[in-house]
Design a protein around this ligand. Structure first.
Ligand SMILES: Cc1cc2nc3c(=O)[nH]c(=O)nc-3n(C[C@H](O)[C@H](O)[C@H](O)COP(=O)(O)O)c2cc1C
Length: 246
C-alpha cells in the first residue's frame, strides 16, 4: 500500500508542466474581468500622481532593505501611500481596457487585488480600502479602526497594529485559471511575492519600514475583507510604518 505523499507534493506534481500532457486552456478564457470594482463604496480617496524620478536609487534600496517591525506613531503622508501603491500595482502601461502594472504577472492577468487596512495615513480616515487601478484611487469598504483585528488575524503579530497601513492581496484565482488551469495556483502566489518584494523596496526608498506577512488565519483575514475564500482569497500581506528616530 502506497502512502499518501501529503498535499504539498501532490500540489507540486499535480500542477507540473510535462511534455506530452500539457493542459489545454479552459473554454472560459476572457470571462473573468481584469480588475475588480466596488459599485457602492462608502467614499473614495483620490491618490496624488506618483513620482517617477528621484529617490535613493535601486542599488541603495536593495542594500538597505530589511524587514522592520518596530514602528513610530507618525502617520505616513498621502503622497507616500500613493507612491507605495503605484510602485506595487499601479498602471505603468497598456490601456484602460487592460493596463499593464508595475509588477510582473503571469500572462499579464494580475489576479491579486490590493486591499489596505489603513491605520494612520494623513488625512485619510482609518478603515479598509480597495485600490482601483484605473482611477488610481481608493474605495472605502469599511470605516473604523481595524488595527487590532488585523494583528489578531495575523497570529497576534503586534506590529500589524502599530503599522500605518497593512497591504493585503486577495487572489481572484479564476482570473489566472481561465488561462492556466491548475497551474494558476502557483502563479497567484508568485505574483503576490513579486508585489511584496516591490512594495518593500518602495518602502525602503521612502525611508519607511515594512515586513511581509505569510502567517495569518486565512478565514479571519478573508472575513475582515469580505472575501469568500473560494473565488477570492487572501494570499499575502505587508505591513508598512514609519521608523522610530527619523
Ligand atoms: C513569504 C514570506 C513570509 C513572511 N512572513 C512573515 C511573518 O508572518 N511575520 C514576520 O514577522 N516576518 C515574515 N517574513 C519576513 C522574514 O522573516 C524576513 O524576510 C527574514 O527573516 C529575512 O530578513 P530580512 O527581510 O530583514 O532580510 C516573511 C517573509 C516572506 C518572504
Amino acid at each position: 500500500m502506497s502512502m499518501d505523499p501529503g498535499i504539498g507534493p501532490r500540489y507540486q506534481h499535480g500542477t507540473k508542466y510535462q511534455r506530452g500532457s500539457m493542459p489545454t486552456a479552459p473554454p472560459m478564457l476572457g470571462v473573468v474581468p481584469p480588475f475588480k470594482r466596488y459599485e457602492d463604496p462608502l467614499s473614495y480617496v483620490e491618490l496624488p500622481a506618483p513620482e517617477k524620478t528621484g529617490g535613493p536609487g535601486l542599488w541603495q534600496a536593495i542594500a538597505d532593505r530589511r524587514s522592520r517591525r518596530v514602528f513610530a506613531e507618525e502617520p505616513i503622508g498621502l503622497e507616500q501611500l500613493s507612491q507605495l501603491i503605484w510602485a506595487t500595482t499601479g498602471a505603468t502601461g497598456g490601456d484602460a481596457e487592460h493596463p499593464l502594472r508595475a509588477c510582473a504577472s503571469a500572462g499579464a492577468l494580475y489576479p491579486n487585488e490590493t486591499y489596505l487596512f489603513i491605520n494612520s495615513i494623513t488625512g485619510v480616515p482609518a478603515g479598509i480600502y480597495h485600490y482601483e487601478v484605473l482611477n488610481h484611487r481608493l474605495a472605502m469598504l469599511s470605516e473604523g479602526d481595524f488595527s487590532r483585528d488585523v494583528a489578531m488575524a495575523c497570529l497576534g503579530q503586534r506590529y500589524c497594529a502599530t503599522a500605518c497601513v497593512v497591504f493585503a492581496w486577495g487572489a481572484v484565482f479564476g482570473r489566472c485559471a481561465q488561462k492556466y488551469s491548475d497551474r494558476a495556483l502557483r502563479y497567484v502566489y508568485l505574483d503576490a511575492g513579486h508585489m511584496g518584494a516591490q512594495l518593500q523596496l518602495a518602502a525602503e526608498a521612502l525611508g519607511l519600514g515594512s515586513v511581509n506577512i505569510g502567517a495569518f488565519f486565512d478565514d479571519e483575514v478573508n472575513h475582515l475583507l469580505g472575501l469568500d475564500g473560494n473565488a477570492e482569497t487572501i494570499v499575502y500581506l505587508t505591513a508598512v510604518g514609519t521608523l522610530k528616530g527619523l
